[in-house]
Design a protein around this ligand. Structure first.
Ligand code: NAP
Length: 240
């Protein structure tokens, strides 16, 4: 499609913060593609948005399945021709994760596989489509738990949250943000990490914000702002 409407892919958009990011992007007039690993859950999300008069597309996308990622990129290329916005939202937390001395290695591997390697694979597959857009934008959903600085600061509320797998996966995601920003310096593509805040979803089970509130900052950076290679959180710039 060559009309001026921006096209966005949101990974893990069938629930939680991702679904609200998809909703708010659709409300802003963006053509939204819901990435979900389960067709039924994808359909439910599309129907949910449709009940509010919002049109959304969907594509099967499992971060742990490289073929699904390649197929999703081919589908988006065929149906939309480009990608203006990629929101790398999909992610997991594993209850067998924990402090470095005792965390389940299998859990750490699962979390790194999805949150970092899966996101890297999606980003690589979507880059040609982002390059085909006039001003591509990548938003990586990070977490303050991924801050090396805050993990080493006893005064930080995140200091006691020792999840070696999850925290390292978000620190690695931040590395992707910085390296990609540097690699894309000569292009109009903008790439940033954004922390949504502490949001009550299935991932956390509790939190101080609703998914709707948690979606606002990622959406703001998906839609605008020229800064690139930065990390934004509800309190402003976050220390790496
Ligand atoms: P959530 O409600 O559990 O939603 C996670 C989404 O990711 C779901 O749609 C899930 O799909 C999808 N997903 C998980 N593994 C996937 C895979 N292998 N392939 C494709 N999709 C997959 O969690 P959330 O709280 O909204 O989290 C969204 C993002 O924000 C995550 O990256 C998380 O780390 C980050 N974050 C959250 C908070 C918070 O306070 N909630 C704070 C900081 C950062 P299924 O339904 O199929 O499982």
């Amino acid at each position: 499609m060559t009309d001026g409407i921006r096209v966005a892919l949101v990974t893990g958009a069938n629930k939680g913060i991702g679904l609200e990011i998809a909703r708010q992007l659709a409300q802003a007039g963006v053509r939204v593609i819901i990435g979900a690993r389960d067709d039924g859950r994808a359909r439910a999300a599309v129907d949910d948005l449709a009940s509010q008069g919002l049109v959304a597309h969907s594509v099967r996308l499992d971060l742990d399945d490289e073929d699904s990622i390649t197929d999703a990129a081919a589908t988006i290329a065929a149906e939309h021709g480009r990608l203006d916005i990629l929101v790398n939202n999909a992610g997991i937390f594993d209850t067998a994760d924990g402090p470095p001395g005792t965390a389940s290695l299998a859990a750490v591997r699962r979390v790194m596989e999805t949150n970092f390697l899966g996101t890297l694979a999606v980003t690589q597959a979507m880059l040609p489509l982002l390059r085909a857009a006039p001003a591509g934008r990548i938003v990586n959903l990070s977490s303050s738990l991924g801050s090396l600085t805050l993990n080493g600061d006893p005064a930080s509320p995140y200091y006691s949250q020792r999840f070696i797998g999850y925290n390292a996966s978000k620190a690695a995601l931040n590395m992707l943000t910085i390296q990609l920003h540097e690699a894309l310096r000569d292009t109009p593509i903008v790439v940033n990490s954004v922390s949504p805040g502490f949001v009550k979803t299935d991932l956390t089970g509790y939190g101080t914000m609703t998914p709707e509130e948690g979606a606002r900052l990622p959406v703001r950076h998906a839609l605008g702002g020229d800064e690139s290679g930065q990390w934004f959180g509800p309190a402003g710039e976050t220390p790496w």
